[in-house]
Ligand binder design. Structure first.
Ligand code: XMP
Length: 526
C-alpha cells in the first residue's frame, strides 16, 4: 500500500456524515496545509496516533440529541490539539463541554447574515462585522460552554461562533468550506494559522519527490504495467511511476475508438514525448464497434465496452508478459490512478486493494494478479492536475475534462456506428474549440456533447428540407460530479457553437442546450 510519506503531520477532518468532510479537507490543502479525513468512529487514541497538527469536526446530518448521533469523545478536547467544530461539530463541541444546545424548531438554511459580537475577533479576524454565510441546521447553540467567548450571532442563533483561545478550541455554526460563505476560507485559515499556529508549508510539489521514493521502494527492480485511458488520472499516475522506475514500466493504451478527436494522438504522441514512457498500443476500434453493433440499451453498451476492454487489456498484458518471460522478469505491479475521494468513499481503503468501483467500466477485473501501485491515493483531482503539470505533461492532458470510460459510446443515444462516432467527434471538437477560444474552459466542470441518434426532426438547410439529428450541449458546473448545475455560458458562445455545428456537421440540423441540474438529471445522457 502506498501512503504519502509521513513527512506531513495532518490536520484531521472528522467526517460526521453528509458530504462536507471532503470539501473541508480540500480547503485546508488549498491553504497549503496537509489534511486527511477520518470517520467519526475513529477513537481519540487512533486520531492521536496520527500525530495531528489540528482537528476539524465536520458538519453532519444528525441532531446532537439523536440516539445514533456521532459522539465526540470527551477526552479529545483535553488532548491539547487545536480543534475547530463546524455546524454539527460545533454543536457537538458545545454539548460535550457543558454549553446548551436547544432544539428550537427554528431552522436556518441557506444564505444567512451573521454579526460579530463582543470584543474578540479570534477566528473572525479580518472579516467584516456583518457577513453572509451558508447555514444548514435545526438545533441551535443557546449558551457557550464556560471559558468560551461568543464571537457571532444571527437573528435566531445567539451563539453562531465561539472561541476558547487558551485551549485552542473554536467553533462556527456555518459552513466556512462552501463558497457561499463569503469569508469562509479566511475563517478556516484563521483557525489554521492563528488558532492552531500552523505554517502553510505543504503543496503538491512535495508529492512528486515523496512518491518517487515510495514507488522505488515498493517496486524494487520488478516490472510494472499501467493502463492509460487518455484521462488525467492514469496519465499522471503513469508519469510519476515512469519518473520513479523508468524502463521497468510499460504503459498500455487500448484505443477503443470511442475517444474524442485528437485524444488517441495525445496519448500516443504527446504523452510519450513528454515522459519518454514505453508505450504499447492496442488498436481495437473494429473490435469495439463490432461488438456494439445493433445495441442501443445503455447498460448493455457499458457491459460490452467493459468486457471488451478487459479482454483487450489482458491480451496486451499476456503479450508483454511473454516478452518479459524471456528477460526473466515477470510483471508484478499494476499502476492505478486511484484518487483520494475514491479511497474515502470506499471506507478509507485500509488493506484491501481498491479498484475504482463507482464507474467501473473501463476499469480492470479484480482477479488480475498484480500488486497495485497507487501514487495518487492521497490527492484530490485539482492536486493531480498540479502534479501532472509539474511533471511536464501537456496542458491538453492535465486540463482535460472528466470523460467517461465508455467514451462516446454512451454519448450516442441509440446504436453506435462508425459514421455516428465520426459525426459526434466533429460536433464535439467544434464545441470544445469554441469553448477554449472563448477562454471559458475553466467555467465548466465538463461539457458533454451528445448525439441523439434515435431522434430526427425537420430542418431547412441550404435549398432543401432536411431530416437530421439533434446535438445536445450539456455544460455543467460541479465540484465533484455528485451534484451539478447547468453552466450559464454566454449566449453568443452557444450561438457560435450552434451555427458551426449545423453548418459543418452533415446530418445535424439542430443544437439544443440541456438546462437540467443534477439531480434530477445525471451529467451524461446515456
Ligand atoms: P453521471 O452521468 O453519473 O456522471 O452524472 C458523473 C461523472 O462520472 C462520469 N462518468 C464516468 N466515468 N466511467 C468513468 O470513468 C464511466 O462509466 C462513467 N459514467 C459517467 C461523468 O462523465 C461525470 O463526470
Amino acid at each position: 500500500m502506498t501512503e504519502l510519506a509521513p513527512a506531513h503531520r495532518p490536520v484531521l477532518v472528522v467526517d460526521n456524515g453528509a458530504q462536507y468532510a471532503q470539501l473541508i479537507a480540500r480547503r485546508v490543502r488549498e491553504a497549503n496545509v496537509y489534511s486527511e479525513i477520518v470517520p467519526h468512529t475513529c477513537s481519540t487514541e487512533q486520531m492521536l496516533a496520527k500525530n495531528p497538527l489540528a482537528i476539524i469536526l465536520s458538519g453532519g446530518p444528525s441532531s446532537v440529541y439523536a440516539p445514533e448521533a456521532p459522539g465526540v469523545q470527551q477526552d479529545l478536547f483535553d488532548a491539547g490539539v487545536p480543534i475547530l467544530g463546524i455546524c454539527y461539530g460545533f454543536q457537538a463541541m458545545a454539548n460535550s463541554l457543558g454549553g446548551t444546545v436547544a432544539q428550537t424548531g427554528l431552522r436556518e438554511y441557506g444564505s444567512t447574515d451573521v454579526s460579530s459580537v463582543g470584543n474578540s475577533r479570534s477566528i473572525l479576524d479580518g472579516t467584516p462585522d456583518h457577513q453572509k454565510v451558508w447555514m444548514s441546521h435545526g438545533d441551535t447553540v443557546q449558551q457557550a460552554p464556560d471559558g468560551f467567548e461568543v464571537l457571532a450571532s444571527t437573528v435566531s442563533t445567539p451563539v453562531a461562533a465561539f472561541a476558547n483561545e487558551a485551549k485552542g478550541l473554536f467553533g462556527v455554526q456555518w459552513h466556512p468550506e462552501v463558497k457561499h460563505s463569503d469569508f469562509g476560507q479566511q475563517v478556516l485559515e484563521n483557525f489554521l494559522f492563528r488558532g492552531a499556529g500552523l505554517e502553510p508549508n505543504w503543496d503538491t510539489g512535495n508529492v512528486i519527490d515523496e512518491q518517487v521514493a515510495v514507488i522505488r521502494e515498493q517496486v524494487g527492480d520488478a516490472r510494472v504495467i499501467c493502463g492509460l485511458s487518455g484521462g488525467v488520472d492514469s496519465a499522471v499516475a503513469g508519469a510519476l511511476v515512469q519518473k520513479a522506475v523508468g524502463e521497468q514500466l510499460t504503459c498500455v493504451f487500448v484505443d477503443h475508438g470511442l475517444l474524442r478527436q485528437g485524444e488517441a494522438e495525445q496519448v500516443e504522441r504527446d504523452f510519450v514525448a513528454a515522459t519518454g514512457v514505453k508505450l504499447y498500443v492496442a488498436h481495437e476500434t473494429e473490435r469495439f464497434v463490432g461488438a456494439l453493433e445493433g445495441v442501443s440499451d445503455p447498460e448493455q453498451k457499458r457491459k460490452i465496452i467493459g468486457r471488451e476492454f478487459i479482454r483487450a487489456f489482458e491480451e496486451a498484458e499476456r503479450k508483454l508478459a511473454a516478452e518479459a518471460g524471456a528477460e526473466g522478469k515477470p510483471i508484478k505491479f499494476l499502476v492505478q490512478g486511484t484518487l483520494y475521494p475514491d479511497v474515502v468513499e470506499s471506507g478509507g481503503g485500509e488493506g484491501a486493494a481498491n479498484i475504482k468501483s463507482h464507474h467501473n467500466v473501463g476499469g480492470l477485473p479484480e482477479d488480475l494478479q498484480f500488486e497495485l501501485v497507487e501514487p495518487l491515493r492521497a490527492l484530490f483531482k485539482d492536486e493531480v492536475r498540479a502534479v501532472g503539470a509539474e511533471l511536464g505533461l501537456p496542458h491538453e492532458i492535465v486540463g482535460r475534462q472528466p470523460f467517461p470510460g465508455p467514451g462516446l459510446g454512451i454519448r450516442i443515444i441509440g446504436e453506435v456506428t462508425s459514421e455516428r462516432l465520426d459525426l459526434l467527434r466533429q460536433a464535439d471538437a467544434i464545441a470544445r474549440a469554441e469553448l477554449t477560444a472563448a477562454g471559458l474552459d475553466g467555467a465548466v466542470w465538463q461539457m458533454p456533447v451528445v448525439l441523439l441518434a434515435d431522434v430526427r426532426s425537420v430542418g431547412v438547410q441550404g435549398d432543401g428540407r432536411t431530416y437530421g439529428h439533434p446535438i445536445v450541449l450539456r455544460p455543467v458546473s460541479s465540484e465533484d460530479a455528485m451534484t451539478a448545475d447547468w453552466s450559464r455560458l454566454p449566449y453568443d458562445l452557444m450561438a457560435r457553437i450552434s451555427n458551426r455545428i449545423t453548418n459543418e456537421v452533415d446530418g445535424v440540423n439542430r443544437v439544443v442546450l440541456d438546462v437540467t441540474s443534477k439531480p434530477p438529471g445525471t451529467i451524461e445522457w446515456e
